[in-house]
Design a protein. Structure first.
Length: 256
């Protein structure tokens, strides 16, 4: 079984000039809260064990989920601002029976194929697998080399993946989408209740210890709403992404 955690505890300071005190995850995309779009994607993909991790705006998020069309969604409230790593550790402080934990940021929508990501993770027996996107998919500059060294493996195209060194490097042709797949014991590097960043205090710590961290790369749409500019762009781009996914799903069903 794969458990899912959507991290929705951020303050959203950069976006407050646009959405006021509304939590980022409830920011409307053409009238639909972003969280509803994420949950719909996850439920359509067949996930049933879903937790929304809250902090800032907990009451608003809880009221929205409880009064909406989603049932069976668990809500976890951090006792203090714990960061993206600490909040994730807090959700699973009592452990989990899940084989894997799929983690999403609450301010993004992607077209990541979750089941392909899970398959890749299992094939390579990874501790953590990060879904990544080629920067040129977003019309960003990439190095001229077609072959990018990623530790002892190489990423030759968006459909081939390898071990990750540091995808946050601006010169790296891939960037993280904020979708990560964890084996539960990977979270043990963070003490329960400690403030921790998912990248710095979990992923980099695991990488430094020689853990098996992998990237799964593909042609992925990835949109976050972290700034007013991105939020404005998302009003068109996210509905287009959802429409493409719906069209593709209809096509798959007809071909079966």
């Amino acid at each position: 079984m794969v458990a899912v955690c959507v991290l929705c505890g951020g303050f959203g300071t950069r976006l407050s000039s646009v959405i006021g005190t509304l939590p980022k995850c409830l920011a409307p995309i053409r009238g639909v809260p972003l969280l509803d779009i994420q949950l719909s994607q996850l439920i359509k993909a067949g996930f049933t064990d879903i937790t929304v991790a809250t902090g800032y705006g907990h009451d608003q998020v809880t009221t929205h989920i409880r009064s909406g069309r989603f049932s069976g969604i668990r809500i976890s409230r951090e006792p203090k601002p714990l960061g993206t790593g600490g909040a994730l550790r807090w959700v699973y402080r009592m452990g989990t029976s899940a084989e894997l934990i799929l983690v999403l940021n609450g301010d993004t929508v992607t077209s990541v194929d979750y089941h392909a990501l899970i398959t890749w993770h299992r094939i390579w027996q990874a501790l953590v697998t990060m879904a990544v996107q080629r920067r040129d998919v977003m019309d960003e500059p990439v190095p001229s080399s077609e072959e990018v060294s990623v530790a002892e493996h190489k990423i030759r195209s968006p459909t081939h993946s390898g071990r990750v060194v540091n995808t946050s490097d601006p010169g790296h042709p891939y960037r993280r989408t904020g979708v990560d797949l964890f084996s539960p014991h990977a979270l043990d590097v963070v003490e329960i209740g400690d403030t921790a960043d998912r990248e710095r205090d979990i992923l980099q710590a695991l990488r430094a210890g020689g853990a098996s961290l992998w990237a799964y790369g593909e042609h992925v749409d990835f949109h976050d709403i972290g700034t007013p500019e991105r939020y404005r762009d998302a009003q068109d781009r996210i509905p287009q992404l959802v429409e493409r996914q719906t069209t593709q799903e209809v096509g798959r069903r007809r071909s079966q």
